[in-house]
Each structure stands twice: as C-alpha cells, then as structure tokens.
Design a protein around this ligand. Structure first.
Ligand code: MN
Length: 293
C-alpha cells in the first residue's frame, strides 16, 4: 500500500502564469512527488490547456483547491452570495475537469475567513444544497469533492471531523469526502488518532502540515500518532504537504491564511525534506501496524 504523495503549489510559486506553472510542476516532479495541488481561488487565472499539457509532460497527477470569500459565501442566508459562490465552485470544477484532475477540495462549503458570528441553520442548509449539486456534477467525471474542515478562525461551519461527517450525511453523495488537515486538527481536535479512525472510508484526502506550517518535525504535531492512525486504517488516498512562508506569496491566499512570517526560503529543500519525512513516517507506521491501540 502506498499513498500518492503531493505538495501544494505555494511551496513553489504564488501565481500561475505559464512560467510559474512550469516552475511549480517541474519542481514537484523533481522533488519526487506524484501530485501537485493547485490553488484555484480564482479559477479564471488557470490556463486549462496549458496546465494540462505541462502535467502530462511531467507525468503528474493534480488536485485543485480553494476557499470561498465572504462575498461568494454559500454558507450564508443571502441568495446573491450563495449564487456567486455556486458559480465559483462550478468554474473550479470546470478547471478540475479540464486539467484532468480527479480531486477538488478545500473550504468549498463557505468562506475561508474569520466570521463575525456563528453560522445559522439556513446558511448551513444553503451550503449543503450547493455542495450536493457540485458533488453530483463532479461525479459525472469521477471527480472527488473534499470538504476541508478548518480551525475556528477560518470557518464557522466545519471545524471538526464530527461536524464534517454530519454535514456529509446531509449531502449524501458518495464522492463527497472528508479532507483532513493536521494543522487544523491540532487546534480543534483532542488528538489525531480518534478523529482519523472516526472518518473510516469517508476520509478522502489528507493535508500534512506542521503546527506553524513550516518544516515538518520542527513544530509540535505528533506525527507518529498521525502516520500511525493512517497506517492502521489502511488509508490509501492522497497525502499532500502544505506549507506557507512569506517567501512565496499569493496575494489572496497568503493574506487569508495570515502568512506574515518567513519560515523558509528554499522551496526545494523544504519539499524534498517533507517528502522523505512523510514517506519514512508512513513506512515506519506500516511496519509497526497493529502495535498501537
Ligand atoms: Mn489544508
């Protein structure tokens, strides 16, 4: 059993001109990864044919990710915002399909933002209705839709695995899955093992990041527990490294994620280190499978 290992494009570049796409895709391949995650907060900035050709040339898989804004928030009672969010998600799905990717994930269910108050039942229902429609459209091309629950400062709707599983029950589409990110779990869950096991086969995508989103192993995340849980549950889906530094800036995403500090400057050193860290951690966890309780 091996998981496709991925890296987020913001390790390489904050933009997506043909030159930036080439840098990100070729560097991802050179660092030994199977998959690149391409941010699609603005789907229109991605040249679909150009990106697909570069992915094919380097033999890489791709996933697309985004979070909505407060202006395109489907987790809202305002029908105009919900419609704008729906349009953004459908455009992102077009790009996902167009570049030949099999995965669209992130904070698809609402704004990636610090909300001024709690969500409402109507806003939650509006979000679920759009995500159900998105999942049904995505299923036509065998595309998986991942809901990435995030910490309380970045969503008021889905902050935990349990909330995400309950929301997925409401959506009731088999290609809609849990997208778990250990950076967010570290803030909101009591640990890693139980929430991962709770997902079972509804876990479809994993983000690996350190507690400060820098070099793996230099923060406080218990990666033995993380990789142990993934090995014990026989998770075979993608595992993607996510890290952010002020050395590489996407004006929209970096500000939303509060990337104010320079945690690294050499993306290749960071990415090759992370790939070994994840591959070694997973291999070790598989070798000791059954020894954890
Ligand atoms: Mn993430």
């Amino acid at each position: 059993m091996t998981n496709p290992l991925g890296v987020h494009a913001l390790v390489w570049t904050g933009g997506w001109t043909p030159e930036e796409a080439e840098l990100a895709i070729s560097s991802t391949a050179k660092a030994g990864y199977d998959l690149i995650e391409i941010p699609a907060l603005d789907p229109s900035r991605i040249d679909v044919a150009d990106t697909k050709a570069r992915l094919d040339a380097h033999g890489l898989q791709a996933g697309l990710s985004l979070g909505l804004t407060l202006d395109t928030d489907i987790n809202s009672e305002d029908p105009a915002k919900v419609e704008r969010g729906r349009a953004t998600l459908m455009a992102a799905l077009d790009v996902t399909r167009g570049v030949g990717a099999g995965y669209l994930g992130g904070v698809l269910f609402g704004a990636l933002a610090k909300y001024p108050g709690p969500t409402t039942e109507q806003a939650r229902r509006n979000s679920a209705a759009v995500i159900k429609e998105l999942a049904q459209e995505a299923a036509k091309d065998n595309i998986t839709v991942g809901l990435e629950f995030v910490n309380r400062y970045e969503s008021n709707l889905l902050n935990t695995v349990q909330q995400t599983l309950d929301f997925l029950d409401l959506i009731d589409e088999s290609n809609a899955v849990v997208h778990a990110d250990v950076y967010h779990m570290n803030i909101e869950e009591n640990g890693f093992r139980k929430p991962f096991l709770l997902c079972g086969d509804r876990l479809g995508y994993v983000h690996i990041g350190e507690s400060n989103r820098g070099y793996l192993g230099q923060g406080t995340i218990d990666f033995d527990e993380v990789f142990g849980a993934l090995a014990d549950m026989d998770y075979t889906g993608p595992i993607t490294f996510e890290s952010f530094s002020s050395a590489v800036v996407d004006p929209q995403l970096s500000n939303t994620l509060a990337v104010w500090r320079n945690l690294w400057s050499d993306g290749m050193d960071l990415a090759t280190h992370a790939r070994s860290f994840m591959a070694d951690g997973l291999e070790q966890a598989r070798a000791t499978r059954g020894s954890r309780g």
